[in-house]
Design a protein around this ligand. Structure first.
Ligand SMILES: Nc1ncnc2c1ncn2[C@@H]1O[C@H](COP(=O)(O)OP(=O)(O)OP(=O)(O)O)[C@@H](O)[C@H]1O
Ligand SMILES: [Mg+2]
Length: 233
């Protein structure tokens, strides 16, 4: 499964104004293409901050970060947006769907920005919505969907533009255990079908057990980084 380092971060430090201590402190992290990584740690330990840097939503205060072999730590916000559009998919705890868009409109939106024609957008979105089991919800709006359904739409949207890297920040955090496990299964399916690299922030040890590797953060530092003990055949 491994091929090359998709994520290569060295000496990452992140400071915010008015914070006395850095939120990330000398983080070194290498992730191989195709890995499934769980990012764990107490509230406030810096998980989302690290994920945002990996996802080019934010840049580090110091340190170097290469994504797919390209140094992205010094890009302008506009260049970072281009990298996000073409390389990275995001999934959030609170779904972040556009409330006045239908299911299909939510899934086609990134494809519009990626420059696909209307026919290509609709064909690809329809296929993905079928894949996540929501063909019967195509014209619904987010408010008409359950939490699990909303997250499945968000998953379809996140992979629509064929990213290499999929980042999920507590994707099951707002869901009950059964629905959360279904969402996790779907993420694993997407990983398998699309040879994605998957990084999942989670508080849930059960979800983390699905991952090849678990990284624990505390006070902005990686305290352990190792393979999951769970057999993951
Ligand atoms: N934009 C910001 N400005 C100032 N401080 C911030 C900002 N973003 C995060 N922080 C601070 O950085 C620390 C780490 O936040 P982060 O959101 O990365 O934690 P987390 O591990 O994701 O926590 P949780 O499990 O609660 O989501 C916190 O103390 C937070 O208050
Ligand atoms: Mg967080």
């Amino acid at each position: 499964m491994s091929g090359f380092s998709i994520v290569e971060a060295h000496g990452i430090r992140k400071e915010f104004p008015n914070m006395t201590a850095p939120v990330l402190d000398e983080v070194d992290l290498t992730i191989q293409s195709g890995e499934i990584v769980a990012l764990r740690g107490p509230s406030g330990s810096g998980k989302s901050t690290l994920l945002n840097i990996i996802g080019c939503l934010d840049g580090p205060t110091r340190g170097t970060y290469s994504l797919g072999g390209r140094d992205v730590s010094t890009l302008s916000p506009r260049e970072r947006a281009w990298v996000r559009l073409h390389y990275i998919g995001f999934i959030f705890q609170s779904f972040h769907l556009i409330s006045d868009h239908t299911v299909i409109e939510n899934v086609t939106l990134p494809l519009y920005y990626a420059g696909l024609s209307r026919d290509e957008r609709e064909a690809r979105a329809t296929e993905l919505i079928e894949r996540v089991g929501l063909s019967h919800r195509m014209s619904h709006r987010p408010a008409q969907l359950s939490g699990g359904e909303k997250q499945r739409v968000a998953i379809a949207r996140s992979v629509a533009a064929k990213p290499r890297l999929l980042l999920a920040d507590e994707p099951t955090g707002a869901l009950d255990t059964k629905t959360g496990n279904e969402v996790m299964d779907l993420l694993l399916e997407m990983h398998e079908a699309r040879s994605l690299t998957l990084i999942i922030v989670t508080h849930d040890p059960e979800i983390a057990e699905f991952c090849h590797r678990q990284i624990f953060l505390r006070d902005g530092k990686i305290i352990t980084d190792g393979s999951s003990h769970a057999s993951h055949a």
